[in-house]
Design a protein around this ligand. Sequence first.
Ligand code: MN
Length: 472
Amino acid sequence: WLNILYLIPSKLFISWVETSILPQPFCSDRVDCLCVQGSDVDWDDLWDQFEERRYLSARKWKGGEDPYRLYAFNQRESERIPSDRAIRDTRHYRCTTLHYRPDLPPTSIIITFHNEARSTLLRTIRSVLNRTPVHLVHEIILVDDFSDDPDDCHLLCKLPKVKCLRNGQREGLIRSRIRGADMAQAGVLTFLDSHCEVNKDWLLPLLQRIKEDPTRVVSPVIDIINLDTFAYVAASSDLRGGFDWSLHFKWEQLSPEQKAKRVDPTEPIKTPVIAGGLFVIDKAWFNHLGKYDTAMDIWGGENFEISFRVWMCGGSLEIIPCSRVGHVFRKKHPYVFPEGNANTYIKNTKRTAEVWMDEFKQYYYAARPAAQGRPYGDIQSRLELRKKLKCRTFKWYLESVYPELRIPEESLYQTGMIRQRQRCLESQKPEGQEFPALSLNPCITSKGGAAVAQVSVLGDPGGPCHTGWKEG
Ligand SMILES: [Mn+2]
């Protein structure tokens, strides 16, 4: 009778599963939504069940509205482009000749978002499902950080491999990612933004580097999805992540010497910091290193913290030129920071400087005087973590990983007040304006120190130079 079982068409079996245990999303508490999916279900059937048009039309751009208003990219254009559009393979042609081991480990893909455009979020997921070998994606965990409409996320867990977690309050990127990571069942974590499109074979070279050495933390080359047209544009693969003393991230060209050393364009590029949106890390290594600093809010600065920690505590960071993922780079954040954008960035970077930068934090404060005297919470547990992991010093990091970062010469820097009799130069940021305005006001001194708005830095014009300001 075994033979008879073999004769039952598989399609028949699937139909039975569909109608019995499958898969109306279970979202009763309106918080988490874990769809029950049979393991043998045909992807095509799941796609058929997912009503894409209905999902997309519910929150569509309405004619006459500013298409940039909600997401700070062109929502209308995103909606015009199909969720499964083809994109150009932007890798170096040599990448197509590489072979990857057959025993690469599967990964849990974690995508966090807050009020993302449905068309953009869906395209991110669809690109992953279309361009990744099935057996390497254990699951796609969406973490909805308290978006206005819970259905943005919930409806998507009808899709193959997709699970949805919803925060009961706004937590920010950092705590949301930890929540996703803690839920993840695979041994490797892949963090993606919610406005990406992965390119051909993007995952294989990343997993291969981690399989060979799990202390590596690896990023793809991040191609550019144009925020106006959604055109997919190749980024240079001769870039790495760098920063200045104010902890402002920037892409840097490899130096001519570094370029000369690179005989093979498919070779990984060691990078001092990662941009932070997209990377792959071994789950046990992520946990061992202390995940993320959970006291950081919303967005920003966490990429420095994890980058310093990885390098100083025994790992390394790499950009893999044969892995390409497109990302919509925006000019501003589409969402509000409850504490204000600048305040949040200062708090997060200040925690990073205080825990990881040793005596070099003075250059951070010199470059970002507004950070002086700002509250930044308790860092005791992070200091203990650093001690427990026996991490190296920031001096070692500067010498071994980022010797190109110039240490400012003391003599070139002066911090203080610019004073004319009883009046001091003051920088104030008028409400709603991006740049601070200067004026002369009565000098303010509190507890022996100058008011932040009246501290100026005079320094070498090539170096970082910021003036503290007061939010108007
Ligand atoms: Mn992003």
